[in-house]
Design a protein around this ligand. Structure first.
Ligand code: PEP
Ligand code: MG
Length: 537
C-alpha cells in the first residue's frame, strides 16, 4: 500500500483503477520559412479553426456543466483574440520562423509571465495560455486532440491537465483525477468540482507506468491517494464513498429550488468569499448572493496597498459575475491575525482587542476613502452593499456616513456613475449586539459575525487551540445576543443575517429561522446542505 498526499479539489471519495495519462509529444523544432505571407495565412487559419473548436467545447460544456463553467472556453476564445499575443507570434513569423515554433515560444513566454505574478488567480491562468497555444499548435501540426481512452471508469493520473482535456473526458469513464502539478484555483480544478470529481492536485507522486491498472483510492477528505490499499482500508473507504455519493446526489436536486421552510418562511442563503476567484464556486452552488466579501484578502500577501483601480477591477469583476445578485463587500478588516507589513502597524499586547478594522479606517481615512471610491465606482456594475466591521458605537457609524457622503459627492462631481448601495454593519462585538436597538436606526442591515462575537463574549481567543475544548459556540449568551440583535434590527426595518461560521451549523438552523434571521452566509460548499435543512423545517 502506498500513500501520497496532495491538495484536495473536492471533498469526496473515488475508488478504481489508475490510468496513467501522458500527453502526446511531438518535436517542435525551429525551421526557416521563406514564404512569410503563406505562413502568416496558415497561422490565421489555425487560429480560426481553434476558435471554432472552442465554440464547440463551449456548447458541450454548456450542456454538461452549465453556463458558468462553460465560460472558460469563452475566456480562451478571448485570449486567442488578444492583440499582444497574436502580434508577438506574427512578428516571429515575419522573421522567417515557422508558425508552430512561434506559437510555442510566445505561449511559453506568456505562460511564464502569468506564473510569476503575485496574484494567485492570475498565476493559475498560466495553464490556460498553454492550453490555447497547444490547441493552435496541434491544428498547425495536424495532430488531433488527445483523447483519454479507457474501457472502464478510471482514476486519471497525469502530470497536469488543461481545461480542454478535463471537459473532453468521458464523464462516465473518469472517477477522479490526480495531478502532480496544478493549483486548486485553476479552471481545471473548478471544472472538476462542478463535475463532482473528487480530485487531488500538487500530489507528491511520480508518473510511473507501473501504476497503470493498480487499484487506488482518492480520498478528498483526507487529501490522500492510496495505491493498492489494504482490505480493511478499502472496505472502510468504500462505505464512506457510498455515503458521500448518495448525499451529494440528493443535494444537487436542490439546485434552482428555494430556501423555504415547509410553512413558507424564506431565508436567503448567500456565500462568503475572499476574492474574484471564489465566485465560480458560488454560482456552481447556486448561492443567492454574496453575504461577505472579505475585502482584506486583496490587501494581504503584497508589498503595498492595492490601488483604487486594482480594487475597482476586483469589485467590478465580482459584481458582474454575480449578474445583479446582491454582493456585500466588507470594508478592510485588517489587524489581529490578518497583517500587512506595509501598513506599519506596531506590535500589540492584545491584537484582537487592538488597532484593527474600522478603527484603522477611521484613523487613517485615506486608506478608507480609496476603498470606498473603488466600491462606489464598481457599484454601477451590479447590486453592491457595503458593511463595516468591528463596530462598537453609533458615533462610529456617524463618522463613516460623513466620509461616505463626501466620497459619493466627489464621484458625482467627477460624473462617475454609481448604483444604489445599501449600508450595513457587522455585529461582532457584544457592545454592538447590546446597543443594536440604537445602531439599527442608522443602517439598512446587520450581519452577525459569530466568529468574533463568540471570542469577545466568551473571552476566548479564537486562535488559541488550548481553549477549543471550552469554546462552546452554542453558549446561551451568544444565542441570546443573536436573538436580541434580530429583534432590534427588525423593529427598525433593518434585515439581519449571520455570516460567521455558525451560519453553516445546521443543528442551529431551526433556531435561527425561529428567531427570524433573514439571511445565512456560508462557504459555497455548504449552500445546498443548508437549503435542504431549511426546506425540512
Ligand atoms: C466573524 O467575525 O464572524 C466574521 C465573519 O468575520 P471574520 O471571521 O473575517 O473575522
Ligand atoms: Mg470578524
Amino acid at each position: 500500500m502506498i500513500k501520497c498526499t496532495g491538495k484536495s479539489v473536492l471533498k469526496g471519495i473515488a475508488i478504481g483503477k489508475l490510468y496513467v495519462y501522458r500527453k502526446k509529444e511531438f518535436s517542435l523544432v525551429k525551421t526557416r520559412v521563406e514564404d512569410v505571407q503563406a505562413e502568416l495565412k496558415r497561422f490565421d487559419q489555425a487560429v480560426e479553426e481553434a476558435e471554432k473548436q472552442l465554440e464547440t467545447l463551449y456548447q458541450e460544456a454548456l450542456t454538461s456543466v452549465g453556463e458558468s463553467e462553460a465560460k472558460i472556453f469563452e475566456v480562451h476564445g478571448m485570449m486567442l483574440e488578444d492583440e499582444g499575443y497574436l502580434e508577438d507570434i506574427k512578428n516571429m513569423i515575419k522573421e522567417n520562423c515557422n508558425a508552430e515554433y512561434a506559437v510555442k515560444e510566445v505561449g511559453d513566454n506568456y505562460s511564464q509571465m502569468f506564473a510569476a505574478m503575485d496574484n494567485e488567480y492570475m498565476r493559475a491562468r498560466s495553464v490556460d495560455i498553454l492550453d490555447i497555444s497547444s490547441k493552435v499548435i496541434n491544428i498547425l501540426a495536424g495532430v488531433g486532440q488527445d483523447a483519454i481512452k479507457s474501457d472502464e471508469p478510471v482514476i486519471l493520473l497525469a502530470d497536469d491537465l488543461t481545461p480542454s482535456e478535463t471537459i473532453q473526458m468521458d464523464k462516465n469513464k473518469v472517477l477522479a483525477f490526480v495531478t502532480i502539478h496544478g493549483s486548486a484555483n485553476s479552471h481545471t480544478a473548478i471544472l472538476a468540482r462542478s463535475l463532482n470529481l473528487p480530485s487531488l492536485v500538487s500530489t507528491d507522486i511520480a508518473l510511473l507506468d507501473e501504476y497503470n491498472g493498480q487499484t487506488a483510492i482518492v480520498d478528498g477528505f483526507n487529501e490522500e491517494l492510496i495505491i493498492n490499499p489494504m482490505d480493511d482500508v478499502l472496505s472502510a473507504l468504500s462505505a464512506k464513498r457510498d455515503e458521500w455519493i448518495s448525499e451529494t446526489e440528493s443535494l444537487r436536486k436542490l439546485i434552482g429550488k428555494e430556501n423555504v421552510t415547509t410553512d413558507g418562511r424564506r431565508v436567503n442563503v448567500y456565500c462568503n468569499i475572499g476574492g474574484v476567484e471564489d465566485v465560480d464556486r458560488v454560482l456552481e452552488a447556486d448561492g443567492g448572493g454574496i453575504g461577505l466579501f472579505r475585502s482584506e484578502f486583496l490587501y494581504l500577501g503584497r508589498d503595498s496597498a492595492p490601488t483604487e483601480d486594482e480594487q475597482f477591477e476586483s469589485y467590478k469583476a465580482v459584481l458582474e459575475k454575480m449578474n445583479g445578485k446582491k454582493v456585500i463587500i466588507r470594508t478592510l478588516d485588517i489587524g489581529a491575525d490578518k497583517k500587512a507589513d506595509y501598513l506599519g502597524l506596531d506590535p500589540e499586547e492584545n491584537p484582537a482587542l487592538g488597532y484593527r478594522a474600522i478603527r484603522i479606517c477611521l484613523n487613517q481615512p485615506d486608506i478608507f476613502r480609496t476603498q470606498l471610491r473603488a466600491i462606489y465606482r464598481a457599484s454601477a456594475y451590479g447590486t453592491a452593499s457595503i458593511m463595516f466591521p468591528m463596530i462598537i458605537s453609533v458615533d462610529e457609524i456617524k463618522k463613516i456616513k460623513e466620509i461616505v457622503a463626501d466620497v459619493k459627492k466627489e464621484l458625482a462631481d467627477e460624473n462617475i456613475p454609481m448604483g444604489e448601495v445599501e449600508l450595513g454593519i457587522m455585529i461582532e462585538t457584544p457592545a454592538a449586539a447590546i446597543i443594536s436597538d440604537e445602531l439599527a436606526k442608522e443602517v439598512e442591515f446587520f450581519s452577525i459575525g459569530t466568529n468574533d462575537l463568540t471570542q469577545y463574549t466568551l473571552a476566548i481567543d479564537r486562535q488559541n487551540q488550548k481553549l477549543e475544548n471550552i469554546c462552546d459556540t452554542h453558549h446561551s449568551a451568544i444565542l441570546r445576543l443573536i436573538r436580541m440583535t434580530v429583534e432590534n434590527g427588525h423593529k427598525e426595518n433593518a434585515w439581519v443575517g449571520i455570516c460567521g461560521e455558525l451560519a453553516s451549523d445546521t443543528s442551529l438552523t431551526k433556531t435561527f429561522v425561529d428567531m427570524g434571521v433573514d439571511e445565512l452566509s456560508v462557504s459555497p460548499t455548504y449552500v445546498l446542505g443548508l437549503r435542504k435543512t431549511i426546506r425540512e423545517i
